[in-house]
Ligand binder design. Structure first.
Ligand SMILES: O=C(O)CCC(=O)C1=CC=C[C@@H](O)[C@@H]1C(=O)O
Ligand SMILES: [Mg+2]
Length: 332
């Protein structure tokens, strides 16, 4: 990004929407996002509501990159994607998976607050029963301590796990789990997500040898080009994942995945299927297990239909101004 666009131009171009979700994910049933169109296309700014302006400013940087600079040249025109299964009860697994045209790989959320390991085992077992040949990965979102992580991985490894994403919170903790998994011969790779996108140094995981692969997200990492640089510097395989974005943000994730020199795993970019509606008429969801790269444009009627209240809109615009201020401080 060479120069920031004019703030007034950004604010005036903004639309704030709230999209309804099929099931609760990450504690939300509605996902709010601010969208704007620039000379290169649409950009999405949708940091989670609880994020402060410093963290959220990377998301704004990514949105501006999408709308003003566009994307780097892709090296592939389709991106294999995984179905993402929220921490639903065993009885809901089949209906949630039915929303996806991407079940060669399933990521199962585990370690949800208020649930126990038996519920995780039941959920993973049900996925394995329904999809005997699928690659299954789990994501604990740092919800376990070391002991809990080891007990869970012992209990779940038998279902055949491709990898476990962020089983524990810290980088040292990940390294310790990774070592013990190897010592016990559990055959589960360890992936770092929060330890990449929420640390001040996204390369610390790689330097510490704490993970076998990294999860990268375009918005939290400040855009496609920055994320590509992180992967190049980390020297680890990368999986691109969504931030529960609308089709606009998913398109940015797909641009990142399409520009990576290597893409050994399916990406977590099928989350458009968790929404019951979107901002585009031709939603950016998987077809035959993959996203096909194409232009994604917001539809004025859908933007109106999903527009938030004037209070929420004012809240988002104020957030935009605050994050813009943060960017001005760091970029110029
Ligand atoms: O990676 C996927 O399959 C889908 C995206 C996903 O899991 C997430 C999206 C948004 C917020 C995160 O809590 C969550 C993640 O931890 O990866
Ligand atoms: Mg994750």
């Amino acid at each position: 990004m060479t120069e920031l666009p004019d703030l007034e131009e950004l604010v005036n171009a903004s639309h704030v929407v709230s999209l309804p979700m099929r099931v609760q994910f990450r504690g939300v049933r509605h996902r709010e996002a601010l969208l704007f169109q620039g000379p290169a296309g649409w950009g999405e700014f949708s940091p989670f509501l609880e994020y402060g302006s410093n963290e959220a400013s990377s998301w704004l940087r990514a949105a501006i990159e999408a709308a003003w600079d566009g994307y780097p040249h892709p090296v592939r025109d389709e991106v294999p994607v995984n179905a993402t299964l929220p921490a639903v009860g065993q009885d809901q697994v089949e209906s949630v998976l039915a929303a996806y045209d991407a079940t060669h790989t399933v990521k199962v959320k585990v370690a949800e607050q208020g649930q126990d390991l038996a519920q995780d085992v039941a959920r993973v077992a049900e996925v394995r029963r329904l999809l005997p040949d699928a690659a299954i990965r789990i994501d604990a979102n740092a919800g376990w301590n070391h002991q809990e992580a080891m007990a869970a991985l012992e209990a779940l490894a038998g279902f055949g796990l491709q990898y476990a994403e962020q089983p524990v919170a810290s980088i040292e903790g990940l390294a310790r789990v990774r070592e013990e998994v190897a010592r016990r011969g559990l055959g589960v790779l360890i992936a770092a997500d929060e330890s990449v996108r929420k640390e001040s140094d996204p390369l610390a995981v790689a330097r510490a040898g704490a993970a076998d692969l990294i999860i990268i997200k375009a918005q939290p990492l400040g855009g496609v080009r920055r994320a590509l640089q992180i992967v190049a510097d980390a020297g680890l395989p990368a999986v691109v994942s969504s931030a529960l974005d609308t089709s606009i943000g998913l398109r940015q994730g797909a641009a990142l995945a399409a520009a990576l020199p290597e893409l050994p795993y399916a990406c977590g970019l099928a989350t458009g299927s968790l929404f019951t509606s979107d901002v585009t008429t031709d939603r950016f969801v998987a077809v035959n297990g993959a996203l096909q790269l194409r232009q994604i444009v917001a539809d004025p009627q859908l933007l109106r239909r999903h527009a938030v209240s004037s209070e929420r809109s004012a809240w988002w615009r104020a957030r935009l101004v605050e994050c813009y201020g943060e960017l001005l401080g760091t970029e110029q």
